[in-house]
Ligand binder design. Structure first.
Ligand SMILES: [Zn+2]
Ligand SMILES: [Zn+2]
Length: 339
């Protein structure tokens, strides 16, 4: 299984997880690891605990190292507490539910597809899920607060979607769908449509609208953006913005702060051209463009450290380099020689 050279560089001051190579305020510790265990942070210091040592309370696990059935080291699993990010140095495949970080911006990959139909109803993590709503088919009594009409039928019922009551209680299914469609398209450029998930709520009572509604026997979706072509859907986790990327005939889109990037994100910690997204054989790849603070992918499940692989990781104030190397057979050779 070889051994690991683990180099941990920790910045003295809070660096907001942005690693500035020009700063001098850091210390470096190096370890040679040939057994499973875990790296922990105890106040200012990192310590390696092998399996026989018991960990004190209040000590945080930076990451742990196991040995798998194939006698290889594996990093990160269910005990992982602190966010552990892998720095993407070479082109790397990205899959649905991966979380990437560029500068301070965190983006979650909601979908990768070459279909032409986008139903935001799929993204129930963003907005409230299916809800049973009060539905009215009584034309004489109730009216839609958008069009002020009383007419309704099973395909276009009047819905009570929020806490509003009285004359603002009901909206037509078709009316609210059109209104939402207009509201959600916050920004549109050639390659990207941004949809603000926060705007999916009633303007009067502020309650969020469900993404789908039950109306007796029917299930109706409220956010259908059928006419948007797309390949990749990202979520800006902090701002609840959905980014629908449209590759068109291109196979590569660049992302960065500068105008020269296809997809522009105004965030000071993002480089002018930070990364490229590449579609090849219906798969999505990410490639860092020598950005200042790097492109990181969150480690969300255990990952094997391959033979002679070098991994670059980040966790809190630390940068971690793990280098695998075959164990030198000096001892065995020496023993043979002595015999
Ligand atoms: Zn209406
Ligand atoms: Zn309301």
């Amino acid at each position: 299984m070889g051994e690991l050279i683990v180099t941990i560089t920790t910045w003295d001051k809070p660096n907001y997880e942005l690693f500035d190579g020009e700063s001098q305020n850091y210390r470096i510790q190096e370890y040679l690891i040939d057994e499973p265990g875990m790296f922990c942070r105890n106040g200012e210091n990192e310590t390696f605990f092998d399996q026989n040592m018991s960990r004190k309370d209040g000590v945080r696990i930076l990451f742990n190292l196991r040995i798998d059935d194939g006698r290889q080291f594996v990093i990160g699993d269910k005990d992982q507490i602190e966010d552990l990010w892998i720095q993407s140095k070479n082109e790397q495949q990205i899959r649905q539910n991966d979380v990437i970080k560029l500068g301070k911006k965190v983006l979650k990959v909601l979908n990768i597809s070459n279909e032409n139909n986008l139903h935001l109803t799929h993204y129930q993590n963003v907005v409230i899920q299916i809800q049973n709503v009060e539905t009215s088919f009584l034309e004489s009594q109730n009216m839609c607060r958008i069009c002020l009409e009383h007419t309704c039928n099973t395909s276009n019922p009047l819905l009570s979607l929020c806490r509003c009551c009285g004359s603002t209680k009901y909206v037509h299914y078709e009316c609210v769908k059109t209104w939402l469609y207009g509201k959600m398209q916050a920004k549109q450029s050639q390659y990207c449509t941004e949809i603000n998930a926060k705007s999916v709520r009633c303007e009067i009572c502020q309650s969020f609208y469900p993404s789908m509604v039950y109306t007796g026997d029917n299930v109706l979706g409220l956010y259908n953006l059928d006419n948007l072509k797309y390949h990749v859907v990202l979520e800006d986790v902090e701002n609840q913005i959905i980014m629908v990327l449209n590759f068109g005939d291109q196979t590569t889109l660049t992302v960065g702060r500068g105008h020269e990037s296809n997809i522009k994100i105004s965030e000071i910690t993002i480089s002018r051209t930070h990364l490229a997204l590449v579609i090849r054989n219906n798969k999505l790849y990410i490639e860092d463009k020598n950005s200042k603070f790097g492109t990181l992918i969150k480690l969300q499940k255990a990952r094997r450290i391959e033979k002679n692989e070098t991994l670059f990781l980040q966790s809190g104030r630390s940068r971690i380099m793990i280098k695998h190397k075959e164990k030198r057979k000096r001892c065995a050779l020496l023993c043979n020689f002595l015999e």
